[in-house]
Design a protein around this ligand. Structure first.
Ligand code: BYC
Length: 328
C-alpha cells in the first residue's frame, strides 16, 4: 500500500462494507444457480424461510404416517401389508432427513417438534382427513404422493444444498409410493362392484383436499414471491396445481374413475384443464386446526413424544458416557 492511500475503513463502516460483500456473494451464488451451503453466509430471512418450509415438510412426513398407519393391522393380504409397512417406514425416513436439513440451519429438532405440537408450526392440510377404507391407501398413494411429486421434483433444484439433496432421494421413494397406490387401485377397479365403489368414494373424498396441498392461490400466498426470488421454490402454487391436474386427469380416465368436479374440462386452446373453484374456507379451517382429524393427529404426536422421552434420555446418556471415555 502506498503512503498516499486513503486509510482502510474501520469500525461500523468496515462492517457495512463486509456485509455488502457477503450479500453480493449470496446473490451471485443464486444468480449462477449454484447452491447455498450451511457454511455460507445467508440473510436471516432466507434462513427463517427455509426452517419454516423444511420443518413443515418434515412434520407432514411424520404426521402423514398416521392415516395410512391406521391400516397396517387390517391390510387385506401379507403382500399389501409389506408394501404399506415399507411406505410408512420411508415416510419416517423422509421426516428424519428433513429434520437433519433443518438442523444444518441451526434449528433444534426437539424444539421443532414442540412447535408442531403447540400449533406454532403447520403440517400439510391433507393429513387432517380420515382414511375410511383400504381404497384410501391406494388413493393417498396415487393422488397425495402424486401431488407431492409434482411439488417436490422442482425442490430437487432448490437453492439450499442440503434441502435439494434430501429431496432427490425423497422423490425417488415418492415415485414408488405413487405407483404402489395406482397399482392397488387398478387391482380394485378390476374387482367387484363393491371394490370399484370403494375406489370412487375415496377419490370423491380426496380429490379436492389434494388440490389444496399446493397452498393458497398465488394472489393470497404471502411467501411465494420471496421464496421464488431466493430459488427456494421454483414454481408458484397455482402453476404446480395446474400441472398436477393436467397430469392426473388422463390417469383417472385410464383407471375408470370420475373426478368429482363437473367443471373439469380440457381447454383445447391451451391444452390445459379448467377446473372448478376450490373451497378455500375449508382450507383455512383445516389450517386453523379444525380438520376432521386435526386434534387426533396432534394428540398422537404428543403422546409419541411424551411416552418415548425415556428412549431419548437413555440414548443421550449412553452417547455422553461413551463420549467421555478415553479412546483406545
Ligand atoms: N397445508 O405463502 P404460502 C407428503 C401454509 S408430505 C398446510 O403459499 P409457502 C407425504 C404455509 O406454510 C408433503 N399449510 O406458503 C407424507 C404458510 O404458512 P406460514 C408435504 C399450508 O411455504 C406422508 C401459509 O399457508 N410437502 O408428501 O410459500 C404420506 C401461506 O402459504 C399448506 C411439503 O411440505 C398446506 N397444504 O408454500 C404421503 C412441500 N399450503 O408458515 C405423502 C414443501 C400452504 O407462513 N413445502 N400452507 O404460517 C412447500 O412446497 C410450500 O411450503 C407450500 C406452501 C407449497 C406447501
Amino acid at each position: 500500500m502506498s503512503i498516499d492511500s486513503p486509510p482502510a475503513p474501520a469500525g461500523p463502516a468496515a462492517d457495512g462494507l463486509a456485509a455488502q460483500a457477503l450479500q453480493r456473494q449470496f446473490e451471485e451464488t443464486l444468480a449462477a444457480d449454484h447452491r447455498i451451503e450451511p457454511r455460507d453466509w445467508m440473510p436471516d430471512g432466507y434462513r427463517k424461510t427455509l426452517v419454516r418450509q423444511i420443518a413443515q415438510h418434515a412434520h407432514s412426513e411424520i404426521i402423514g404416517m398416521q392415516p395410512e398407519g391406521d391400516w397396517l393391522l387390517s391390510a387385506p393380504s401379507l403382500r399389501r401389508k409389506a408394501i404399506l409397512l415399507a411406505k410408512v417406514q420411508d415416510e419416517a425416513g423422509h421426516g428424519l432427513y428433513l429434520y437433519s436439513a433443518a438442523e444444518t440451519l441451526g434449528a433444534d429438532r426437539a424444539d421443532l417438534t414442540d412447535k408442531l405440537i403447540e400449533g406454532r408450526q403447520k403440517y400439510s392440510s391433507i393429513f387432517s382427513y380420515p382414511t375410511r377404507s383400504y381404497a384410501d391407501v391406494g388413493v393417498i398413494g396415487w393422488l397425495v404422493d402424486g401431488a407431492a411429486i409434482c411439488n417436490q421434483v422442482p425442490l430437487c433444484r432448490s437453492s439450499y444444498g442440503p434441502y435439494a439433496r434430501a429431496m432427490i432421494r425423497i422423490c425417488k421413494e415418492e415415485s414408488f409410493h405413487q405407483r404402489q397406490g395406482y397399482e392397488l387401485l387398478l387391482t380394485m377397479m378390476r374387482g367387484t362392484p363393491e371394490q370399484q365403489a370403494m375406489v370412487q368414494d375415496a377419490v370423491d373424498r380426496w380429490w379436492w383436499p389434494s388440490l389444496m396441498m399446493f397452498g393458497p392461490p398465488d394472489a393470497d400466498s404471502p411467501n411465494s414471491a420471496q421464496s421464488m426470488a431466493w430459488g427456494i421454490k421454483r414454481h408458484s402454487n397455482d402453476e404446480l396445481r395446474q400441472r398436477y391436474v393436467d397430469m392426473t386427469v388422463p390417469q383417472a380416465e385410464f383407471l375408470g374413475v370420475t373426478l368429482p368436479d363437473p367443471e373439469l374440462s380440457l381447454d383445447p386452446a391451451t391444452g390445459r384443464h379448467r377446473f372448478g373453484a376450490i373451497d378455500w374456507d375449508e382450507f383455512r379451517r383445516v389450517l386453523a386446526g379444525g380438520g376432521p382429524r386435526s386434534a387426533e393427529r396432534i394428540a398422537r404426536r404428543r403422546a409419541a413424544r411424551d411416552d418415548n422421552a425415556w428412549v431419548v434420555e437413555a440414548a443421550t446418556a449412553y452417547a455422553d458416557k461413551h463420549a467421555s471415555e478415553p479412546r483406545s
